[in-house]
Design a protein around this ligand. Sequence first.
Ligand SMILES: *Cc1c(COP(=O)(O)O)cnc(C)c1O
Length: 377
Amino acid sequence: MHKETICVQSGTYHDAVTRGVNTPIFTSSAYEYLDREDVPYPRYFNTPNQGAVIHKLCELEGAEGGVLFSSGMAAMSTTILAFAGAGDHVVMLDALYGGTHAFATDMFGRLGIGYSFAYTSADAVASAVTPATKVIVIESPTNPLLGVIDIQRVARIGKERGIVTVIDNTFATPVNQRPIALGINVVVHSGTKYLGGHSDLCCGVAVSSGLHAERIRHAARHLGGSLNASTCYLLERSLKTLAIRVERQTQNAARIAVYLAGHEAIRNVNYPGLPQSGGHEIARIQMTGFGAMLSFELDDKRIAPALFLRRLKLIRPAVSLGGVETTICAPAETSHVKISREERHRIGITDALLRLSVGIENVDDLLADLSQAMDGK
Ligand SMILES: *Cc1c(COP(=O)(O)O)cnc(C)c1O
């Protein structure tokens, strides 16, 4: 089946009593246990509402099994702890989502887990691997500079050395990138972003081959980050429009990237769809669309970033991303505020860098808003 059809049809729980076309919301946290083996319980990650969503997501990502979580960080932390313990080592990209980066630096030491950060390149990942490495965690495209890493090469490094490979696929979504087909073991999402897509829910997911999913579910039962039935239902409803939302968002982003790249008040634009962008060649091979996230650097001699943000009328300065509405943020003030200014500049996050999460509005209205904010008219 095609992704649009999977989004709408897969996993729906058909209720024999009412014959409604949607999955009912099953609120029970207690289920009868006589004459059955797999008794549902929310923290066992096996309720009908959890099952309906996981089924859909597994088909979208080409996975055999998965676990739905109450946040993206619950999905990521549980996945890492399922495969790494005291004495083990984890290789991570230095450009990983800030929360994942902080999870390692704050907690791995106490847990006895060693770690190294690598640049966004498969060679850097290969040289960071040690005999104790059990997990490699990557992200592509990265936040906020939209760096791209060769996913197939990372998967091969993992396979050759028996290391579990994990990718955070939040930015691309399965609509634009399916890492399991490229050889990656586990795909993690912050469902709070595109999967939910309406900036009104918080959830996460990890999907993989059957064996890896079982390990993750086992760890998840201890750590307990399960998702409630009502939010499962909201997510299931959101996923029905995932493909058409992300396709429109991707088209809009491509138009905006070209417009910004040609504007004299912009120093540079980071978007893997632009031929001049560093990751374009690899992105063309491993992505079916270039996504709806982009970042750009204002020429702050022409316009101060703070003034630009205040002049925007339609596009809202907001944290988070992936909603149907277009939002913008300055990573130096939001996601990367805890990193020193020197360190931010070293990795390319200047005070004039802005990150845009492109929505499904009419692109001409978005272009008009960006234009009036830049030119002051
Ligand atoms: C937001 C985000 C996360 C964390 O997800 P939460 O749902 O906020 O816990 C992880 N990875 C990426 C790329 C994100 O954007």
